[in-house]
Design a protein around this ligand. Structure first.
Ligand SMILES: N[C@@H](CCC[C@H](N)C(=O)O)C(=O)O
Length: 297
């Protein structure tokens, strides 16, 4: 491969992440390369976190977030924890400030190895999400799926965590709904001009909820960090929970979400390295490091 760059295959609670290192060069991962990587079982991913040189002085890096359909997002909580773990292992540092399309965010690796990301302030105004029509109250908007007089899902809360989220509150097990069927319809609903991440949330106590997400530009995933943050703030905002919530995701793990008095949302959880290799950012051709292959065999 002529223009190979290092990358690591990682996951954040099962959310499949490729962390690609493009520091020191001007290359970008093309949408074609992203789709080619997503199409192969070995490198199938939900998001690529592309680490670029810092743009704003004082930041550690600029992170481009690329979905498996080649589109870009302003936020990815699980991917950001993977970036923190990778850079902490490389540099020995624990505290970072990153820039994404959505702005600056602080993140750190804790002494116990857990990763905390300050996901910034949620936005609830309809223009910020964005919605295509005005809603004065975004705690429950008019949107439903299923028969008009007996909807299966209805009245979601909506929020932006740097990316758009709709949270449908359900009373049954989150697995009992056909999210694979409703997810794509709702993601592309005309109410969401930039599409949306669609989640089902079941409140299990004043401090916990179960969450399942259909991700914009991806599909069903095993976890979604920004959806966990959106669900937590919407749950608190509608009086369903307090401001500190443990979220159980489909892979079975947990995220702690804390909505602080200064309006910032902290997300704490694990990340896991799987293997490393190199990839061509223009074509998506890749190879695994030999050491990783030896470990796997
Ligand atoms: N998996 C992510 C969310 C990634 C972005 C999303 N699909 C979008 O397009 O907004 C997370 O952990 O937050």
């Amino acid at each position: 491969m002529a223009h190979a760059i290092p990358f690591a295959r990682m996951n954040g609670l099962g959310n499949e992440i490729l962390v690609a290192d493009l520091r020191g060069q001007t290359k970008r991962i093309t949408p074609d390369a992203a789709r080619a990587l997503a199409a192969r079982a070995e490198t199938h991913f939900d998001q690529i976190m592309a680490i670029h040189d810092p743009v704003t002085p004082g930041t550690s890096a600029y992170i481009r977030i690329i979905n498996s359909d080649g589109s870009e997002s302003g936020a990815c909580g699980n991917g950001m924890r993977c970036v923190v773990q990778a850079l902490a292992a490389e540099t020995g540092e624990r505290d970072f400030v990153f820039e994404t399309r959505a702005g600056l965010l602080e993140a750190r690796e804790r002494e116990d190895g857990m990763l905390t990301v300050d996901m910034g302030k949620p936005r609830f105004d309809w223009q910020a999400i964005p919605l295509s029509e005005e809603f004065a109250d975004t705690r429950a908007i008019e949107l439903q799926i299923g028969p008009i007089d007996a909807p299966i899902l209805h009245s979601p809360s909506v929020a932006s965590m740097g990316n758009p989220h709709a949270i449908f509150w359900v009373s049954e097990d989150v697995w009992s709904y056909q999210l694979d069927r409703f997810g794509p319809i709702l993601e592309h609903h005309p109410l969401f001009p930039e599409r949306a991440n669609i989640s089902l949330a079941r409140v299990t106590s004043k401090a916990s909820l179960d969450l399942r997400t259909w991700e914009r530009g991806v599909g069903l995933t095993k976890a979604c960090g920004s959806a966990a943050c959106a669900a937590a703030v919407c749950a608190a905002r509608t009086g369903r929970t307090g401001r500190s919530v443990t979220i159980t995701v489909p892979a079975g793990g947990e995220l702690l979400i804390e909505w602080l008095d200064n309006d910032h949302v902290l997300m704490t959880g694990p990340a896991e390295w799987e293997w490393s290799g190199t990839l061509d950012p223009e074509t998506g051709a890749f190879s695994r490091d030999e050491a990783a292959l030896e470990t796997a065999s």
